[in-house]
Design a protein around this ligand. Sequence first.
Ligand SMILES: Cc1ncc(C[n+]2csc(CCOP(=O)(O)OP(=O)(O)O)c2C)c(N)n1
Ligand SMILES: [Mg+2]
Length: 908
Amino acid sequence: MSTDARPRSGLPHAEAAGTQDWAGTQDWVETQEWVDSLRDVVRATGAERASRLLRALQIEAQRHGVSLPVTSTTPYVNTIPVEHQARFPGDRDIERRIKSIIRWNAMAMVVEANQKSHGIGGHISTYASAATLLEIGFNHFWRGAEHPDGPDLIYFQGHASPGIYARAYLEGRLSPKQLHNFRREFAADGGLASYPHPWLMDDFWQFPTVSMGLAPIMSIYQARFMRYLEDRGLKPRTDQRVWCFLGDGETDEPESLGAISLAAREGLDDLIWVVNCNLQRLDGPVRGNGQIMQELEAVFRGVGWNVIKVIWGSEWDELLARDRDGLLVRRMGEVVDGEYQKYSVAGGAYIREHFWGVDPKLTQMVSHLSDDQLWRMRLGGHDPAKVYAAYRLAMEQRGKPTVILARTIKGYGLGEAGEGKNITHQQKVLNESELMDFRDRFDIPLSDDEVVGAPLYRPAPTSPEIRYLHERRRALGGYLPQRTRRRSHLRAPSEELFAEFFEGSGDREASTTMVFVRMLASLLREQGLGPHVVPIIPDEARTFGMEALFRSHGIYASTGQLYEPVDAGSLLYYKESKDGQILEEGITEAGSTSSFIAAGTSLTNYGIPTIPFFIFYSMFGMQRIGDLVWAAADSRTRGFLVGATSGRTTLNGEGLQHQDGHSHLLSSAIPNLVSYEPAYAYEIAVLIREGIRRMHEENEDVFYYLTVHNENYAHPPMPEGEDVREGIIRGIYRFRAAEQPDPKPRAQLLASGVLLNEALRAQEMLAADYGVAADVWSVTSWTEVRREALEVERWNRLHPGEPERLPHIARCLDGQPGVVVGVSDYMKTLPDAIAKWVPAPLIALGTDGFGRSATREELRRFFEVDAEHIVVATLSALARDEQIATSVAADAIARFGIDPEAPNPAYR
Ligand SMILES: Cc1ncc(C[n+]2csc(CCOP(=O)(O)OP(=O)(O)O)c2C)c(N)n1
Ligand SMILES: [Mg+2]
């Protein structure tokens, strides 16, 4: 640390306590009097009274223009004074032994994995720093599935997974083989996933946490959703809690802290966060030149969380008690994190010189301690008594969420192998002597010979450790983490519910967004299903014409509505209520997605199935919150994502940032996300029914992505034939065949979404003006068509001796003569994705490039996807195929006023 940050020695204690600058004896005496008075008040009438007094002074000071010190941080000491510390009820000795064994096994499994396969990865140091934080929870706080209140929901830091596995191994829930196969998921006898992935270990992990920043925001909305279920009477009110573990480095992710004000505003006192403040991230210190704990304290206190700092272990209590003039506290507060990190590596003599040595009084304070004793003075996050007290207090706090900032050392116990070192995050292999040191430090009963191979160690089932561990979990209602597979009792709605949509709209024009909203309203009204539907909107309900739902179903507000809304007199007023059904999230797609995940996993987490519909501005969906959608997939979330105002040329006027022509490419990357771009009302009706059927009757862990539009047009009745329904689901069916009885030339026009209407216009133009007979196919999903075709192709590849199977798309187009044009309001990649199963070369039209503020007609002309361009594409292909004269195509280009030399819109 720099010398100029050192305090002058012999400070009067008022300054040391941080009250005011010291300017002369008179000032000092006066300050002293004030401080003494405060002490008297606390002693005589208690801290509460003192706090009121200070508030009164604050108001008075404000009145006189006195600038007030910023009070968002407290001194750099534990929030809980020793005398208020809850008594630790456990068996210290046995718990230490259990923890030590878990530490050993967590380390051993990573070492073994990397000995077997160099570079397979894994992390030792994160768990090493978090062990006490986790063990106190496991032994004393977290309730399991059989607890009458229901299980606590715990988001574990992803990189600490070896420790969670190692505990489950001691509990007998994971086999030695599984641990031996850490990070070898293909091992014949079963392996373990690197990190928490419910997709991969669906009876173990509940929450994917390893993409940092997502667990924190998901945990907030989880706690909020729990409250929502209770307030709506879907779940009994219990003492169930949500805990989330974060790394201090992780708090730099915008998602980590981005929603903490919601948690405070909603008074989510069932939410407890523990930030493992080991002061390090992957490369080095989190805030080498500052103090991450103080920074976080200010942020959390600022928005109204309870903050409990657990900085110093019990060894410091006595010294702090002797620190009458506040010198030590002041010293603690001025050392920067980079320097603190150095103390954990450099040893007692260094600490004596650099921490204590700055002031003779401080030096004197520790003169009775050896260098070794100085070095071994524990930090709060490694002291069970301190951690227990913090958790106990967090459990007792009402009205606010709590964050525990716990100071730890990264790689604690690794010694030379990495304790507190900058390389520690990546440390994966320990040499013989390092293994022996580790064994000695944690008293693992393994001989020198045994230690070499870093074997797993598990005491006998009858040993006191194992008996204690089971007894604690029994008392708390079972083991954690544990994911429960449950079957939904919900059923797809009857066809009648959507009858009007199958019949078509006649001359009435409507957008697919309006159609969807009507369907949602019908679903909400359905007797059995309705209460389980959870509409989620990020401040866009009016854009989508959903405001009628405000009044009919209410916007969820945990406080109810405390004001008379300005539009109270109108029919569709802004109604908030405690049992409101709509989650109106405000402008946070990340928060809304977190709600979506909580709702879409409520069956496994609470035994209550819900069907979330998250309706958002499609451009601000996949590309904005893609990683959360990936986490939703991993979480086995069920529900519907609805991208409204989609389509690069269909959303008119809004321009480059708003017009979505690629979200279907992004969604196609997610294996269990089923995407559709329907054109007509009956298609949406079929798809929503089918989605609910798959998710709730078949209990498939899939979710749906539907894009809907804001362009109004008439919706036809559903064409006759069972294959239509099947085609809608599979992704393509013939919507309208050519009227001419098989003349030449011919074409097949494949179109999705609104552009189906352009294809139909092109069909008429081709027939009337060019004698070309075109069939028009509605493509509800390019990606589903492709997935099915790939599936069939794979089967054919692996079964060379069997008769070849045909994918749905090939069956549709087989024997359909002519050229093929595919058009969508999305990038050309979508039609291209199915080209290889189409019997003729497919000409793809699409909207590659940046959107523009313009009318739909202008946009479609610009992106070359309007009916005229479909006609030109068809004629051009026919000309190249020598079915018509080239001049016919060229004339059409001229006739439509298309400039063949215009630059490619894809790059403009
Ligand atoms: C979004 C994201 N970015 C980067 C990483 C890679 N990564 C894994 S752990 C880590 C450092 C974690 O530091 P911290 O949050 O302080 O946790 P600690 O291990 O120190 O407890 C990084 C950068 C990741 N997993 N997720
Ligand atoms: Mg860290």
